[in-house]
Ligand binder design. Sequence first.
Ligand SMILES: *[C@@H]1O[C@H](CO)[C@@H](O)[C@H](O)[C@H]1NC(C)=O
Ligand SMILES: *[C@@H]1O[C@H](CO)[C@@H](O)[C@H](O)[C@H]1NC(C)=O
Ligand SMILES: *[C@@H]1O[C@H](CO)[C@@H](O)[C@H](O)[C@H]1NC(C)=O
Ligand SMILES: *[C@@H]1O[C@H](CO)[C@@H](O)[C@H](O)[C@H]1NC(C)=O
Ligand SMILES: *[C@@H]1O[C@H](CO)[C@@H](O)[C@H](O)[C@H]1NC(C)=O
Ligand SMILES: *[C@@H]1O[C@H](CO)[C@@H](O)[C@H](O)[C@H]1NC(C)=O
Ligand SMILES: *[C@@H]1O[C@H](CO)[C@@H](O)[C@H](O)[C@H]1NC(C)=O
Ligand SMILES: *[C@@H]1O[C@H](CO)[C@@H](O)[C@H](O)[C@H]1NC(C)=O
Ligand SMILES: *[C@@H]1O[C@H](CO)[C@@H](O)[C@H](O)[C@H]1NC(C)=O
Ligand SMILES: *[C@@H]1O[C@H](CO)[C@@H](O)[C@H](O)[C@H]1NC(C)=O
Ligand SMILES: *[C@@H]1O[C@H](CO)[C@@H](O)[C@H](O)[C@H]1NC(C)=O
Ligand SMILES: *[C@@H]1O[C@H](CO)[C@@H](O)[C@H](O)[C@H]1NC(C)=O
Length: 735
Amino acid sequence: MGHSVSSIELLSIVLLVSRILHPKTISFAFCQSDVNVNCIPSEREALIEFKGGLTDPSNQLSSWVGKDCCKWTGVSCNNRTGHVFMLNLRNSNADDLEGNGAMDALGGEIKPSLLHLNDLNYLDLSGNNFGGIPIPDFIGSLRKLKYLNLSGASLSGVIPPSFGNLSNLNFLDLDNDLGESNESDLRWLSHLSSLKYLNLKGFDLIKASGYWLEAVNVLPSLKELHLPSCRLSNLPSTFPFINFTSLQVLDLSNNGFNSAIPYWLFNISSLKYLDLSSNNLEGQLPAFESMKSMRKCNSSSLETLDLGYNEFTGKLPSSLGYLKNLRNLQLWHNSFQGSIPASIGNLSSLEQFYLGDNKMNGLTESLGLLSALVYLDLSENPWEGVVTETHFVNLSSLKELNFNQNSLNVSLVFNFSSDWLPPFKLRISDTFPDWFWGLNLQVDELDVGSNQLSGKVPNSLSFRESSTVDLSSNLFVGALPLWPSNVTKLYLNDNLFSGAIPGDIGEVMPSLTDLDVSRNSLDGRIPLSIGNLIELVTLVISNNNLSGEIPEFFSHLSMLWIIDMSNNSLSGPIPRSIGSLSFLKFLILNENNLSGRIPPTLQNCTLMDSLDLGENRLSGNLPSWIAKSMTSLLTLRLRSNSLVGKIPSDICGLSTLHLLDLSHNNLSGFIPPCIGNLSGMSFALDNITERYEGQMSVVTKGRQLEYMNTLFLVNSLDLSSNNLSGDLPGQYLDK
Ligand SMILES: *[C@@H]1O[C@H](CO)[C@@H](O)[C@H](O)[C@H]1NC(C)=O
Ligand SMILES: *[C@@H]1O[C@H](CO)[C@@H](O)[C@H](O)[C@H]1NC(C)=O
Ligand SMILES: *[C@@H]1O[C@H](CO)[C@@H](O)[C@H](O)[C@H]1NC(C)=O
Ligand SMILES: *[C@@H]1O[C@H](CO)[C@@H](O)[C@H](O)[C@H]1NC(C)=O
Ligand SMILES: *[C@@H]1O[C@H](CO)[C@@H](O)[C@H](O)[C@H]1NC(C)=O
Ligand SMILES: *[C@@H]1O[C@H](CO)[C@@H](O)[C@H](O)[C@H]1NC(C)=O
Ligand SMILES: *[C@@H]1O[C@H](CO)[C@@H](O)[C@H](O)[C@H]1NC(C)=O
Ligand SMILES: *[C@@H]1O[C@H](CO)[C@@H](O)[C@H](O)[C@H]1NC(C)=O
Ligand SMILES: *[C@@H]1O[C@H](CO)[C@@H](O)[C@H](O)[C@H]1NC(C)=O
Ligand SMILES: *[C@@H]1O[C@H](CO)[C@@H](O)[C@H](O)[C@H]1NC(C)=O
Ligand SMILES: *[C@@H]1O[C@H](CO)[C@@H](O)[C@H](O)[C@H]1NC(C)=O
Ligand SMILES: *[C@@H]1O[C@H](CO)[C@@H](O)[C@H](O)[C@H]1NC(C)=O
């Protein structure tokens, strides 16, 4: 019996604590029960007066009218006594600087009328903008406060010593967003023995440099201590007795500490997060195994260790391997040297490892065991030795590898076997690493599309049969790279490649099935040798500055399915040999200077889905055979040419047509009345999508969507700017 009673007690303590830890829960609970209580008139007056001091540009407090102040935005009352218990006026849009953040901010004066709220437990004014006024002294007299959040509220001055009266406080967050404050001391802190959370970021505590640790040490319940950018400068090397044995988060970054790292820090067994970055800490790291023996617990709870931007020297201790729960290890910008210890392989939870900008020269094969690793930064170190696939063997989670060595001569030898398949697919940042191009790799697929990669692409990689190279949507410059023989799909579109398409492309890459070099800055003529690419299915060279005539080279390209040469400066006639492409579905030649007639040989292309010859200088009759031979046309665009003649009434038979644009020509005669019967125009979107989905399995990557969009999202008929007579059927009049 006794046993079960005490578990119930324990449970209620846990509930209480979790309430306090999640203030929102409290607010919700009390808001709900507000229905039965009435606001106490003197407290209502106090709130009205408080509101009078505030500026409220976007009228956040518009609900602060009427009698029942317990129903006002941000106000919660105790459901039994009716006293205001909580005032939560946090500006949660504070981070949204571009949008409403500034607009929503309250400002002005914080009036001491709040002192009439006798039961105020919770005060949150964070994220507002009080324009640098000092933290009001009177807040120190709100003795019942358990939660006080003034973070990011543009308050300044000194931390009022009267805060020493807030002995019930559990949470104190004064995170100073202004980066300027007057020198505060910390003697007031000793009375706040219930504190669980303390954040004084950005307050100048230089006066407390000599005793800040003693001041904090009387707070046995402290779980989070944030004192970054406080000018503390002195981190005692010894500390006799650690009182704050529940501490989980310790942030002492950017304080100018310039000693060795004190060992007692690693004696805080509950610590999960330790940030000492951006100080001037020096010397070697401690041997972490001593931590193990000093405590009953075998392994440290540390999950984040940030020692970046200091002046540490010496080797990385092998005992790092004892920090088994580590997920984020930041050691960058120090002077660590030697090899990564083999014990690193024991850190099976490690997700981020930053070692950039040090003096390390040795990698370890056990790096390859870090199967949880997502980000690995090995940049800017004078690495030596041989890198093999073992170094990467189990890095199956790896997403980003930074191996940039801009300022260093790296003497690494990369030795990978030719059939190695990396276990990860990288997103590589910055410039594409030169060492990568230097690898003597044979790869199946190189996919680095949609990164921010820049620089030139050398031709040194080799590929196995039927491989894909996707460098699309990057910032690559220079000549179009070609790789001999084995590449079948080459996507170089959306880059900054310039110069001509290499004249020998047809000889160098005979296996190409898909070529997309669109949206670059290519000029010159279309090389004749493309006519040798007999397996070519998609040829997309649109949106460049290509000029000259389209070669008569189609007679051997019998597999072609998509031709897109739009938006170039191509001139001359449309080649007759296109008529030999009996599988052609997309012929997109718009926005060029093509002239002459539409070649009658196109009658052979009976599978055509989309014919776009718009914005050229084509002349002659609008061919009457189009509708007879291309019976499955979805879109027909011939706009802005010099076509003459009548609109053949056969067009009405194109049952799937839903984009017809013949505008800006010299067409004459009557608009065939049957044009109102074009049934494709009335298809529901889903219906058409569904019908054509199965047919377009072989379409160049990325293009598929684009063509689909044109095909399925538009239902339109444009015959304007011709010499036509007759009326459009009613349903098109407003299109
Ligand atoms: C008052 O609130 C508490 C805590 O939310 C709840 O347990 C209690 O039932 C409420 N009392 C009334 C009278 O609403
Ligand atoms: C204080 O408010 C800010 C938002 O303005 C929030 O991010 C922070 O977590 C709050 N502090 C505490 C201790 O709840
Ligand atoms: C803070 O310092 C400024 C000058 O740096 C001074 O004008 C101001 O009075 C000080 N404020 C307080 C509260 O000490
Ligand atoms: C507590 O408040 C009283 C009166 O406001 C003040 O005189 C006293 O100095 C305060 N105590 C501390 C520790 O700040
Ligand atoms: C530990 O904290 C308690 C409670 O605040 C305090 O009484 C005691 O002096 C502290 N011990 C040390 C060594 O600071
Ligand atoms: C760590 O704590 C143990 C007792 O908890 C103590 O004996 C030891 O001296 C402490 N070590 C350091 C470096 O403070
Ligand atoms: C400590 O190690 C022992 C044996 O290696 C193990 O049984 C025990 O569960 C470990 N304790 C903790 C807290 O990890
Ligand atoms: C790493 O783990 C192995 C076995 O799992 C153990 O023998 C070795 O001592 C560990 N090394 C460190 C530094 O933790
Ligand atoms: C790689 O990791 C998997 C599980 O993540 C494990 O089963 C396998 O043994 C590891 N391989 C090596 C070589 O460590
Ligand atoms: C093409 O692939 C084959 C087999 O994968 C390989 O033996 C050959 O070396 C490759 N050729 C080139 C030029 O990479
Ligand atoms: C049209 O196609 C037929 C057979 O598919 C072929 O014999 C003929 O040469 C083609 N005409 C042209 C102009 O290519
Ligand atoms: C799909 O199109 C057919 C005509 O081909 C029509 O009979 C059918 O009702 C359409 N279905 C939907 C859901 O629109």
